[in-house]
Design a protein around this ligand. Structure first.
Ligand SMILES: C[S@@+](CC[C@H](N)C(=O)[O-])C[C@H]1O[C@@H](n2cnc3c(N)ncnc32)[C@H](O)[C@@H]1O
Length: 299
């Protein structure tokens, strides 16, 4: 077993390019996740990394070598395993939506913190998860906070299909619903106006020109629509800032992720809109603003 591990480790160390935006994928966690898959168990790298290795049969060893080849040919690890961990929860993942990123846990955790605040005044918290992709944010919030009702939406039909599979996979059908919509279009009715306590969104925020320069592993396997934020990357963010207040309760929060370097300008956009009084930002461990939260004060 140790020899097999050492052979694969050497092969991956010499040939695998680890991606910065998937820091949970190390050589060790990659081997362990593929090892589980060879055993017939679908498991994320983050979960597999904590498990000991077990003996493989000859057939499983052949399977493991095939899986390693797939990974070296550029197939994302999360697509090979079919799982990605997000905020400690195993979720289904495939080509239909963005693979949830570790950095988005800053947004998920900040959103949960706001839920705790809101829960002091409300027994059920109404949440919109806009641009939901695989459904990860809404589902993580619902899993960690019982008193939440979540409507998730995405422009991509395929992403909504996957989000619905994740809702069933996690047994959250009673509290999370997913539907296709161009931003707020589906919610533009009296049922939602002024009734939402929290809008959470991880929007596309990369400029169109940079999307075309992304690493081939990402470009070939994850939907461009998940990244493309228009000419300067702020097309969706500007709409979010303008359109959210109509749906938020007075004092309700809009919280969303921004790209590295966008924070200060986006905070100004929130201030200039005159819709929000409190504006908070959350940074990553290198002090870049990655999340902005704004509380609706006008409507
Ligand atoms: C950065 S991904 C986020 C996915 C997921 N929430 C996550 O955190 O991994 C952005 C998502 O926005 C969706 N999207 C792009 N334009 C949209 C629009 N106009 N309305 C709704 N969703 C949109 C994409 O399909 C994609 O799923």
């Amino acid at each position: 077993m140790e020899d097999l591990y050492a052979v694969i480790k050497l092969k991956l160390e010499s040939n695998l390019r680890l991606l910065e935006d998937k820091p949970e994928e190390t050589i060790e966690s990659t081997i362990k996740a593929l090892w589980q898959k060879a055993l017939g168990i679908a498991m994320s790298a983050e979960k597999a990394t904590n498990l000991p290795l077990v003996e493989l049969s000859d057939q499983q060893i052949t399977r493991l070598h095939q899986l390693v080849e797939k990974r070296l040919n550029g197939e994302p690890l999360a697509h090979i395993t079919g799982r990605q961990s997000f905020m400690g929860i195993e979720m289904l993942t495939d080509k239909r939506a963005l693979i949830p990123r570790k950095e988005t846990e800053i947004l998920g955790k900040a959103a949960l913190h706001l839920c705790e605040k809101i829960a002091k005044e409300k027994s059920v918290i109404s949440i919109l998860d806009i641009c939901c992709g695989s459904g990860n944010l809404g589902l993580a919030i619902a899993s960690h906070h019982e008193n939440t009702m979540i409507h998730s939406s995405d422009l991509s039909h395929e992403a909504i299909e996957l989000a619905n599979e994740n809702i069933s996979f996690l047994g959250l059908n009673h509290r999370v619903k997913a539907a296709q919509s161009d931003l707020f279009l589906k919610f533009d009715s009296a049922d939602y106006w002024g009734k939402i306590d929290l809008i959470v969104c991880n929007p596309p925020y990369i400029s169109t020109s940079k999307v075309s320069q992304m690493t081939s592993e990402i470009a070939a396997n994850e939907p461009a629509m998940a990244f493309d934020g228009g000419m300067v990357g702020l097309k969706i963010i500007q709409k979010l800032i303008q359109e959210s207040p109509k749906f938020l309760t007075r004092g309700g929060w809009l919280i969303f992720e921004v790209g590295v370097g966008q924070g200060p300008f986006v905070i100004q956009l929130c201030e200039k809109s005159n819709y929000y009084n409190q504006i908070k930002s959350y940074t990553d461990n290198t002090e870049n603003i990655r999340v902005i939260a704004a509380s609706q004060s006008k409507l």
